[in-house]
Design a protein around this ligand. Sequence first.
Ligand code: NOJ
Length: 453
Amino acid sequence: MKTVKFPAEFSWGTATASYQVEGAWDEDGKGESIWDRFAHSEGRVLNGDTGDVACDQYHRYAEDVALMKELGLRGYRFSISWPRIFPEGKGKVNQAGLDYYGRLVDELLANGITPFPTLYHWDLPQALQDEGGWADRGIIDHFATYARTCIDALGDRVKRWMILNEPFIFTFMSYLSGMAAPGIRDSGLALRSSHIVNLAHAEAARAMRAAGSAEAIGTAFSMAASYPASDSAADRAAAERHHAWNNDWFLRPMMKGEYPAAYLDQERAIERMEVQPGDLDRLREPLDFVGINLYSRAICADAGTRKNIDVRQIPGPGPRTDYNWEVWPAAIYQMIMRVTKEYGRPPIYITENGCSYKERPGADGRVRDDRRAAFYEGYIGQVGRALAEGADVRGYYAWSLMDNFEWAAGYSQRFGIIDCDFEHGQKRTIKDSGYWYRDLIARGEIAYDETLA
Ligand code: NOJ
C-alpha cells in the first residue's frame, strides 16, 4: 500500500440532477419534461414512482447547502432543468426558473461551496420531444440558445460548467433500449440522435465561450473501463470496440472532430447517422476538462454475431452493490490513465462515482453503511493512485449528496451519503459514509493499493 496526498485546492463534492432531487415539477412556470411524461405514464418506472416531489430540493436547498457545509464539501454538482428556463424548450424565458438557480448559486457561494452546474441531465422539455427531440436537427440551435441564456444569467458567479451529462445514456438508452425517457426503441434514431447531440454539444460550447465568462467548460461522460474477457486477439479487439462506443463516442468528436471506430461496419453506421457535409468540422470544439462518471467496468468478449459493435459483456467476479453492479476500484484508475494518455493529460474531474446500498437509519437514528464507506475508500484510493502517477485530476464528486429518484428504478435504489426519508417529509440524515467522506476531505490523504489491475 502507498499513500497519496491530494492538492489543497482539490475539489471535493457531491453530485445530483434536477429531476432526481428538485421536485416542484410544475411550479413557478416550469414546463413539462420528458421525464415528467415518462414517469406519469403507466409501467415505465418501478412502483409508479415519480420525481414530482423527489427530495424537494427546490424548496429545501438552503438546508441541503447547510448539510454540504457540515460535511466540508467544496463543490456541488447540480443540473439546470431546461423546462424551468424555457417551458416550451425555446421562445419565452421563464424568469422564475432562472431565479431559482440564482438563489441556489448564491446560497452555495455564501457558504464557500463552488457551484458546478450541468446544463442537460436528461429532462428535455416535452415540447421539443414532440418535435423529434434529439433526433431532430432543429434542437441544435435551441440547445445553444438555452446554454447561452444560462451562462448570461449565472456566468457572473458560475465559472465552471458542464454541458451534458452522459450523452451515451440519453441517446442509446433512451432511443435504443427504451429504458429511459422518451422510451423509444429504434437503432436508426439512436445513431442519428447521437450525432445530433454531438453537434449540439459543440454549438453550445461555442455559444458559451462567446459569452466570455467561463473559466472551464466540460461534459460528464459515462465511462466503464473496458477489460478483454481473455487474452485472445478477438476479445481484445472487442474491448477496444466497446471502449470506442461506450467511452469515446461523444468525447472524441468534441476533442478531435472524428468518430472512433466502434462498429464492425463503421461506414454504414456513419451513413445511418446522416452525417452531412461540414458536420465533422463543426464537431470539434475541445473541452477544457473531461468529466468522468464511473461506477464499474465492462468485461468484453467477441460476440461472434458480425453485427453492430459485436461485443458480449461477461459478468465479473467482484463483489456486488445492492443494484448488482460489480465493485472494481481499479476500473477508475484504468479509465483516468487511458483518458490521460489518449488526450494528452487533460484536466479531469470525477463527476460521479458511488454505489447503491440499502442501509437506513437504525433505532438510534444512525445509518451504518460501512459498505458504502468501503466502496469510496477503494475507488477514491485508485483516483489518488492516478494522481500520484501523473494524471491531472482536479476534483471528485460522489454520487450522490442524498438518496434520490433513480430513474426507471424509482426510489428503490439509494446512492446517497445522506439518507432521504421519502415517507416522512423528506427528512435528511447524514449516513456514516457521509461522516467518513467529511473526515477524508479534512485529512486530504488516502492509502491505495498500487498493484490492482
Ligand atoms: C448516472 C447518472 O448521471 C445519474 O443520474 C444516476 O443516478 C447515477 N449514474 C446512478 O445510476
